[in-house]
Design a protein around this ligand. Structure first.
Ligand SMILES: C[C@H](O)[C@H](O)[C@H]1CNC2=NC(N)=NC(=O)C2=N1
Length: 96
């Protein structure tokens, strides 16, 4: 299903609302790095994010090294940043 990319004004407002997320330098996505006490904590977080993603049918691009989880959110169906990414970022932050 087609979904609109955020306008410049919409993304400025959305990023102002989000703590710790920033625009990627190389593509139309937002990124945040989460750091935990250890791998078990990091992987537990990833499990909760995975359940959220399935429920929302909106999936992160991410990597994990030990206690660090790097997440990028972008909307493939929009070929860029959409409201779905902002909603997912807020839902992920609410897990913390
Ligand atoms: C068919 C399925 O609903 C789509 O491919 C969904 C799945 N998860 C998705 N995740 C993300 N990040 N962007 C999408 O456009 C997207 N589309």
């Amino acid at each position: 299903m087609a979904i609109a990319k955020l306008t410049e004004e919409e993304r400025t407002i959305a990023l102002g609302d989000l703590q710790g997320w920033s625009l990627a330098s190389d593509r139309d996505a937002i990124e945040r790095t989460f750091t935990f006490a250890d791998f078990v904590e990091a992987f537990g977080f990833m499990t909760r994010v995975a359940l959220l993603a399935e429920k929302a049918d909106h999936h992160p691009e991410w990597s994990n090294v030990y206690n660090r989880v790097e997440i990028a959110l972008t909307t493939h169906d929009a070929d860029g940043l959409s409201q779905r990414d902002i909603d997912m970022a807020k839902a992920i932050d609410a897990l913390q």
